[in-house]
Design a protein around this ligand. Structure first.
Ligand code: FAD
Ligand code: NAD
Ligand code: ISD
Length: 427
């Protein structure tokens, strides 16, 4: 039993939605494209799950944030897919793939075959069990990767108003969920192993600004340690978190954000893997030329960084790699190698930052950290390779992006620090 399509997108997240729009723009016929997703809803803008979806008042709900509204493009509702003759196979997990035979086997026992496959399986949240701690299955321990997780997190938050939460992990999920918990009037203790939050990207000075802001909103920080166990009540609910340094934190709920792993397992042994992702070339093509990979699962050459292979875990990269793969498939003669400028951002409370490029080399901080109008430049071998800005205007963000894209020459770090934003604005 099975169906056959010309194009199959495996995974129904951000990249799948942007790829579908590009397929339609470039002129596929009805019945040629199928999207298979374990999730039960059409592709949506995942970033909304830790922002608008978690607001205590007037929260964002589907269908308002289906892709591709995040890039100010059309909103692709289930009706849109029907009208364009795209088959959405939802609530269906693919449990094996045979790249040689060009087939996928679903958990429902169906074999779906393709001529061209786009792998857009994204990533899964790491669980505490993978670090030797048990207790993830307690009803008040929350992870956040998909809509089901977000809905559960909202229910748990609503039952904990006025109570205590422990947030485990100092990255993006920890930072954005802590802000959401505070807005729900829940007292947060934020625990992470590093010396400061957002260790993958922030400098100590940048982190100090956000940490001070969080402290002013009542957040308590415990750094340099990890959790070792939970205490539970007779119903299995977590009542306290026990840390490696011996501290015991009473908790009405726990949020865990300790990183992700790309969903590569279906293709291990069949496709080349690098940096934890499926290795692709500048056209997003894997080691098998009928198979492409995009979004969080893809490890691709970043031209700007001398074609260093990177696996980026951000929405802009998912959108652009997806569009590029479709262009490479549909108009190969007109599509060269992707020239991508890495872009990350976040919004918490009334704060909002953007980062472009790579956080490598020496750092020049600029602006006024006490008023929240500040930024930083990263300079490697005399060239600007990265730029960060809090509370910028559109023109200012474009200017820092352009300075990095052009890898402008920096002769004097002290002068760069003094000039600050003006340096990028006059490029
Ligand atoms: P995903 O969007 O994760 O989609 C993968 C899809 O594949 C899912 O639908 C999954 O169910 C499906 N799938 C996987 N395996 C199978 C299988 N075997 N069978 C069937 N289906 C399968 N980035 C930013 O830049 N800014 C932000 O503000 C931001 N906020 C975020 C907030 C949250 C809560 C999360 C979790 C991520 C956030 N990100 C953000 C990261 C961004 O959402 C991801 O980089 C992006 O979603 C990656 O897109 P993707 O399509 O590669 O993967
Ligand atoms: P992350 O990689 O940003 O942070 C993981 C954090 O987990 C680390 O900073 C560390 O503090 C902590 N950690 C690691 N191992 C640990 C351990 N054994 N015990 C305790 N803590 C440990 O990952 P995340 O915050 O879980 O985010 C998940 C994914 O979602 C990432 O891909 C991220 O890019 C994405 N996301 C992005 C945004 C954004 O771009 N604004 C927002 C939300 C989520
Ligand atoms: O995917 C990412 C991410 O979230 C970052 O902060 O890549 C960066 C690097 O870890 C830092 O450039």
């Amino acid at each position: 039993m099975g169906r056959a399509f010309v194009y199959v997108i495996l995974g129904g997240g951000v990249a799948a939605g942007y790829a579908a729009l590009e397929f339609v723009r470039l002129g596929i016929s009805h019945g040629e494209l199928c999207i298979i997703s374990e999730e039960t809803v059409a592709p949506y803008e995942r970033p909304a799950l830790s922002k608008g979806f978690l607001l205590p008042e007037d929260p964002a709900r589907l269908p308002s944030f289906h892709t591709c509204v995040g890039a100010n493009e059309e909103r692709l509702t289930p009706k849109w897919y029907r009208e364009h003759g795209i088959e959405l196979v939802l609530g269906t997990k693919v449990k094996s793939a045979d790249v040689r035979r060009k087939t996928l086997l679903t958990a429902t026992g169906e074999t779906i075959s393709y001529k061209i496959l786009i792998i857009a399986t994204g990533a899964r949240a790491l669980r505490i069990e993978e670090f030797g701690v048990r207790g993830s299955d307690a009803e008040n321990v929350c992870y956040l990767r998909d809509l089901a997780d977000a809905s559960r997190l909202v229910d748990v938050m609503r039952s904990c108003t006025g109570g205590n939460a422990v947030v485990i992990g100092g990255g993006y999920i920890g930072m954005e969920c802590t802000a959401a918990l505070v807005k729900h009037r829940i007292k947060v203790t934020w625990v992470f192993p590093e010396k400061h939050c957002m260790g993958r990207l922030f400098t100590p000075k940048i982190a100090a600004f956000y940490e001070d802001y969080y402290k002013s909103r009542g957040v308590n920080f415990i750094k340099g340690t990890v959790l070792t166990s939970f205490e539970n009540d007779s119903g299995g609910k977590v009542t306290a978190v026990v840390l490696k340094d011996g501290r015991r934190l009473p908790a009405d709920m726990v949020v865990v954000g300790i990183g992700i792993r790309a969903n590569t397992s279906l293709f291990e042994g069949q496709l080349n893997i690098e940096k934890g992702g499926i290795k692709v070339n500048g056209r997003m093509q894997t080691s098998n030329n009928s198979v492409y990979a995009v979004g969080d699962v893809a490890a691709f050459p970043v031209k700007l960084f001398g074609n260093d292979i990177r696996r980026l875990e951000h929405v802009d990269s998912a959108r652009k790699t997806a569009k590029h793969a479709v262009a490479a498939i549909m108009v190969p003669q007109k599509t060269g190698d992707l020239d991508y400028l890495p872009f990350f951002y976040s919004r918490v409370f009334t704060l909002s930052w953007q980062f472009y490029g790579d956080n490598l080399g020496e750092v020049a901080h600029y602006g006024d950290f006490s008023s929240g109008r500040f930024g930083a430049y990263w300079v490697d071998k005399g060239q600007m390779v990265g730029a960060f800005l809090e509370s910028g205007s559109r023109e200012e963000y474009e200017a820092i992006a352009e300075a990095v894209r052009l890898k402008v020459t920096v002769k004097d770090m002290t002068e760069l620090e003094r000039e600050g934003l003006e340096f990028a604005l006059r490029v």
